[in-house]
Design a protein around this ligand. Structure first.
Ligand code: E4P
Length: 212
């Protein structure tokens, strides 16, 4: 499973990229709005660090506007993937962009039927937002399971991004269910490596070694 960082913070990306296991980054307008500076320069810098897929989202809500914006964002780097919201206009834009060879990450996916339409429109990635469904008392994990079945049943080339990760258990489930990618917030990413028994065990090994 590929691991992406869900952030636009250069500092966070540099830190996790230094571990050598970061495959990509997803941003969205909320995450971009937290960063100071020119957004194009920020995206270019992220692409330079990650050297893998970096999702950048359009702001336009009509398909013509989405396509214009997408083509402009795609010029920033070969690593840019265009995030398009899962609406009728988004599906129209995705069809056009995928035909033109521009990779789309269909975002704000909350149902199996939305995923089906996104895959049919040629989206390279689909992002079901698990945490936001869980927040409403709905079964986010069930949606991922269903989308994995859908993609396998019909052999769509679309990759599934487990998005809106809230805690390490989501990452565990993403791997077991068979999501292709999990996009993880910085704080959760840091939690993936920690375990109190690892710390305790290391402490004991080192103190025993000193006694020899
Ligand atoms: C995914 O690409 C989105 O940026 C992200 O996972 C949304 O997560 P949130 O529900 O924590 O905002």
């Amino acid at each position: 499973m590929d691991l992406y960082l869900d952030t636009a913070s250069i500092k966070e990306i540099e830190e996790i990229a230094s571990w050598g296991i970061l495959d990509g980054v997803t941003t969205n307008p909320t995450l971009m709005s937290k960063e100071k500076g020119d957004y194009r320069k920020i995206l270019r810098r992220i692409c330079d660090i990650v050297q893998g897929p970096v999702s950048a989202e359009v702001i336009a809500t009509d398909h013509e506007g989405m396509v214009v914006e997408a083509k402009d964002l795609a010029k920033i780097s070969e690593h840019i993937v265009i995030k398009i919201p899962c609406t009728v206009e988004g599906i129209r834009a995705t069809r056009r962009l995928s035909t033109d060879g521009i990779r789309v990450n269909m975002t704000l996916v909350f149902s199996l039927n939305q995923a089906l339409l996104a895959a049919k429109a040629g989206a390279s990635y689909i992002s079901p937002f698990v945490g936001r469904l869980d927040d409403r008392g709905e079964e986010g994990l069930r949606l991922i399971e269903d989308i994995v079945t859908l993609i396998h049943n019909y052999d769509f080339p679309t990759r599934i991004i487990f998005a809106s990760v809230r805690h390490p258990y989501h990452v565990r489930e993403a791997a077991l269910i068979g999501a292709d990618i999990a996009t993880i917030p910085y704080k959760v990413f840091k939690l993936l490596i920690t375990h109190p028994l690892t710390d305790l065990g290391l402490e004991r090994f080192l103190s025993d070694w000193k006694k020899r």
